[in-house]
Design a protein around this ligand. Structure first.
Ligand SMILES: Cc1ncc(COP(=O)(O)O)c(C=O)c1O
Length: 406
């Protein structure tokens, strides 16, 4: 049975397929780990964001079971109604304390996902500024889709004025900031850029925010748990100090489905900023709170994040990989983080390389536009503390063979 819609969408899907842009799901029937069973086949994986190897940590699994025994299954309602449980409250305090060294009067707000945290933060902070007042938003070119969507919604919903500045180009950003006449300004950036692993210059951005009297929002999805001596993310890396008045301009977003090994996200900012996002962020208000057992599990995960052993193992793996990989045709992007992409170029070539590796039982995703700019399709290799040196050698050898053969 079909109608013109079914036929139309079928032809759209076929068009995607013909451009090598149709995404396909692979089913895993084992926990997230370096070796996973995918469709019944054992695969060596370099694709998760489980940078510290916590996603399958027994203490987190036990904490979630304990949480389920204490609080049951679902939260029952949105946070603003009856869904905000003791575990959520404890977690928000613990999350805020991870940024207390950096942000004065910090308050945390927990979300079910990073996508929602970004939507709520950007739309909330730009809402209801006063009569005839709108926010000017300065958004980094390579920002994550959830930031882009938040900015687009703020533009539609709150008439925010939007500028996109080129990747890491502080001169261009400063020019835009200096020319903008709005009273309210917000700079929005990824902390670690998710598709190339580079780190935003947080201290220089903060200086610009101070100079042009703007707020600075940093989405540290790939930095929280990994960067800094305490693992608490990009603000620790740059030693940003809460005694410095300019730090009250920061809206920090950390996600909890990557290095923290579970799911969710949080905002940490001066209490007045956080409170406004809570009051106005529709992606916070109009959604059921995630199960309290997840918050209970995350309290355990925060303790594990703070232990240096996982981060040290990750750092050693990154150094080993960069030292031993030798490429001829392709380019390993400069990156000191767990995200270690190799740029291949054309969509079909990147897919062909990923397929060739897959045939060798190694799973590395090929990332194509619109996630990355056209002509820069790439393998997005991610390393974890739980990869062994032998597994990294296996990847290096397989890549050399495929590069040689193609
Ligand atoms: C930079 C960045 N921000 C936000 C998100 C969204 O976080 P979540 O997966 O928790 O929705 C992701 C990835 O998923 C990301 O890479």
């Amino acid at each position: 049975m079909s109608n013109r819609y079914i036929q139309h969408y079928e032809s759209l899907l076929n068009h995607l397929e013909s451009q090598s842009l149709r995404r396909k799901l692979k089913i895993s029937d084992s926990p997230s780990a370096p070796v996973m069973r995918i469709n019944g086949q054992e695969m060596l994986t370099f694709c998760s964001n489980d940078y510290l190897g916590l996603a399958n940590h027994p203490e987190i699994a036990s904490a979630m079971i304990e949480g389920a025994k204490m609080y049951g299954g679902g939260s029952g309602a949105s946070h603003m109604i009856s869904g905000h449980h003791q575990a959520h409250d404890q977690l928000e305090r613990a999350l805020a304390s991870t940024q207390a060294k950096h942000i004065p009067h910090v308050k945390g707000l927990f979300f079910s996902t990073g996508y929602m945290a970004n939507m709520a933060a950007i739309t909330g902070i730009s809402a209801g500024l006063g009569e005839n007042q709108v926010m000017s938003i300065f958004s980094e070119e390579l920002n994550h889709a959830s930031l882009i969507d938040g900015v687009r919604l703020a533009n539609k919903q709150n008439s925010a004025k939007v500028y996109v500045y080129p990747h890491q180009d502080l001169v261009a950003l400063e020019k835009l900031l200096s020319e903008d006449r709005n009273h309210f300004k917000l700079i929005v950036t990824d902390g670690v850029f998710s598709m190339d692993g580079s780190i935003a210059p947080a201290n220089q951005l903060l200086t610009l925010a101070e100079k042009y009297d703007a707020l600075l929002m940093i989405d540290d999805a790939h930095g929280f748990g990994v960067l800094g001596n305490d693992g608490y993310g990009i603000l620790s890396l740059f030693n940003i100090d809460s005694h410095d008045a300019l730090a009250s301009r920061i809206i920090y977003v950390g996600t909890l489905g990557k290095a923290a090994g579970l799911s969710g996200a949080f905002i940490a900012a001066h209490e007045h900023l956080t409170e406004w996002i809570m009051q106005k962020g529709r992606a916070y208000i109009y959604t059921t709170a995630s199960p309290p057992s997840i918050a209970h599990g995350l309290l355990k995960s925060l303790k594990l994040i703070n232990q240096a052993e996982h981060r040290n193992a990750l750092r050693e793996n990154i150094a080993y990989w960069r030292q031993h990989l030798k490429l001829n045709k392709w380019q390993l992007i400069e990156s000191s983080t767990a995200i270690q992409p190799i740029v291949i170029g054309r969509n079909e070539d990147a897919l062909q390389v990923a397929d060739a590796l897959y045939k060798k039982n190694i799973w590395v995703p090929a990332i194509r536009p619109p996630t990355v700019p056209a002509g820069t399709a790439r393998l997005r290799i991610t390393l974890s503390a739980s990869h062994t040196t032998e597994q990294i050698d296996q990847l290096i050898n397989a890549i050399s063979e495929v590069e040689h053969a193609l």
